[in-house]
Design a protein around this ligand. Structure first.
Ligand code: ADP
Length: 390
């Protein structure tokens, strides 16, 4: 009897234990199912999200005014939007075709190849045929694909119209300046004759002086406008040769201004034998302008320093520093624009045309360099430029 009870109790306990184990197993199974469902939902949501994002991205790329072309390191097209097909008059389906087949332009192929090969980004502008020729400005950048592969993407902008209107504006300014030259020369010539002549009264003398002064100012503006359109239009032939910058700065300072000779201002040049590879006329023009400004905008007792030193990437840096008026911070970004002056009255009174820095910037850029300025109002300015070293 006792045995039976013991067996029953043991069976009961075993059954209870089994029930607990089963319940635990069921609970775990339920939890596992719930986790799996959650994971599946989250995966589905992620897939949906990434598909939506991809669709959005594709819609954006398809509607862009710029042409977008992506290629893999096997030189096959991975992505091409409708605009790129239009620009290169390419067949409807570009994906999978070879790069050369897609763009049929050696310079564009070379730029993409170079991005794939060197991994370096670049911005270029090229003319593509056949006639009528069109101008394309484009940036190329490498990117990483899956499985360690690389690709390159190029974004093309058709700047044909923009360049055409720029060139029309340049031609207009050049032609107008040219037309103004002849009558101006006549006005100046006659005003000079009158200024030398005996005049009946002081009022007439002053009137003639005013005509002469303004004719000279107008002449300077016309000359500067012509110079600017010549460099901008690329019609000035540049000849790159080694130029000793310190030596040049010393000579220019000697020739430049009576205020230096009179000791009103002190100027010094800190330079070794650094030489830049640039156009002699161009760099002279730039330095004359910067030194002339430093002299014009520095009151008596001030100092001007020219420093020349080699910097990274095979470049030479020139700084023209003065202890003069300085330039307000808000004007700094616009100081190289044509006719931009901080104080127009002061500039005119000093005989300035408002074009000097715009010309300097064009010259420096044409010579493959960069120009900039740092300044503090009331404390002076430091204009700098960097050019390729010789
Ligand atoms: P401008 O013929 O008027 O001197 P620039 O193009 O050479 O024309 O210079 C534009 C303006 O920049 C000047 O009118 C002046 O306000 C400012 N500027 C240029 N250089 C200096 C300088 N060294 N110190 C203070 N202001 C300067």
């Amino acid at each position: 009897m006792i045995e039976l009870v013991t067996i029953l109790l043991a069976t009961g306990a075993a059954a209870f234990a089994a029930l607990r184990v089963r319940r635990e197993a069921e609970r775990r199974a339920d939890a596992a199912i719930a986790t799996e469902q959650r994971a599946r939902h989250s995966l589905e949501r992620r897939v949906l999200e990434s598909e939506t994002r991809r669709a959005q991205l594709e819609a954006v790329i398809a509607s862009m005014d710029e042409g977008v072309l992506g290629v893999g390191d096997d030189r096959r097209v991975l992505l091409a939007n409708p605009r790129v097909r239009e620009i290169f008059a390419a067949p409807a389906e570009l994906e999978g075709r070879s790069l050369l087949e897609a763009v049929r332009d050696a310079q564009v192929v070379e730029a993409l190849e170079s991005a794939l090969g060197t991994g370096a980004a670049q911005v270029l502008e090229v003319a593509i045929g056949p006639a009528p020729e069109r101008r394309l400005r484009f940036s190329v950048a490498p990117f990483a694909l899956q499985n360690g592969r690389t690709g390159a993407v190029a974004v093309f902008r058709d700047v044909t119209e923009l360049r055409r209107s720029e060139s029309a504006r340049r031609d207009f300014i050049a032609n107008a300046s040219h037309e103004l030259k002849t009558p101006l020369t006549a006005i100046r010539g006659f005003a000079e004759r009158l200024a030398d002549a005996e005049l009946p009264d002081a009022g007439s003398k002053q009137a003639v002086e005013t005509i002469l002064g303004n004719a000279r100012r107008l002449g300077a503006i016309v000359e500067d406008l012509l110079e600017l359109s010549r460099i901008e239009g690329g019609s000035v032939p540049l000849r790159a040769e080694p130029v000793a910058l310190g030596e040049l700065a010393r000579r220019l300072l000697r020739d430049l201004d009576p205020r230096l000779r009179a000791g009103e201002l002190v100027a010094r040049v800190e330079a070794g034998a650094e030489r830049a590879l640039c156009d002699k006329r161009g760099i002279e023009h730039v330095l004359v302008n910067l030194l002339d400004n430093a002299i014009k905008y520095t009151p008596a007792g001030g100092e001007i320093a020219v420093r020349v030193r080699p910097v990274a990437a095979g470049r030479v840096r020139v700084e023209v520093e003065d202890t003069g008026d300085g330039i307000p911070r808000k004007d700094l970004p616009r100081i190289f624009e044509r006719f931009y002056r901080v104080d127009p009255g002061r500039s005119r009174q000093q005989g300035g045309t408002g074009l000097g820095l715009a010309i300097a910037k064009h010259w420096v850029q044409a010579m493959g360099g960069e120009i900039g300025v740092e300044s503090q109002l009331g404390h002076g300015s430091r204009f700098w430029l960097e050019l390729p070293a010789a």
